[in-house]
Write a protein of this length. Sequence first.
Length: 275
Amino acid sequence: MVVVSDRCDYVFVNGKEVKGKVNAMVNFTYQYLSAPLLVTVWVPRLPLQIDVSDTELSQIKGWRVPIVSNKRQTRDSDDEDEDERKGRGCALQYQHAMVRVFTQFVAEDASPWGQLSYLLGSDWQFDITDLVADFMKLEEPHVAQLQGGKILIGQEVGMTMVQVLSPLSDSILAEKTVTVLDDKVTITDMGVQLVAGLSLFLQPSTASSAAIVATAVAQELLHTPRQSTGGSALLNTLAVQFRFSPAKTSKRQGRGHDLCGDEEQIKGPNSRESN
């Protein structure tokens, strides 16, 4: 469970642990001297929990985007004229959804029954999306696309599973069903917020003395002349929120992407989403 380095200067876990332990003891000895070290090993509770902001994705009526070619784009592909772009054809944009993975961290206590202890408490879950993003996949990748392990994009009608695979074996640590529907939704309302900066506030949590609550507040005021709204991936961006009928809400951020088709054009953001 706990491994000691060859030089005995640190202890670590190597990812092959099958359970956690409260106050696991590591003994260090030198000749007739001995010193114990008590450590608690926390492991994620399985199965992991996948949260998808919308498990049913539809096409957006009136929002057309170019069909992406499978051919590798050249450096001067951005300079292609409008006729060449239209020649590839267009399709309706599918809705996007935010994907996050949560878990609880647990360890067995020293009692004969091995009762579970929870990190911070049994009502706390931890967002581990960034830790497992490289091990996430779609069972049917032609139905939907997963960008960066966080953004789910519908591609064609069907059903698929978002899965988290074990890095040590072929076992599935979590899965969630997602359906891409044949029906269409209509944008009924749109709101835009300028995010020119962020203010961060830290305060102790009222639920646990071991936790700190971080609150980020968006600043909407541009402070310098000619300050751009597209100069950073995190700051100086536009957060756009759409409301659909049937009732759904989607939040996105970024700049507009190509649109085409004869239907009414909607100025849309790129495929990144924000909380």
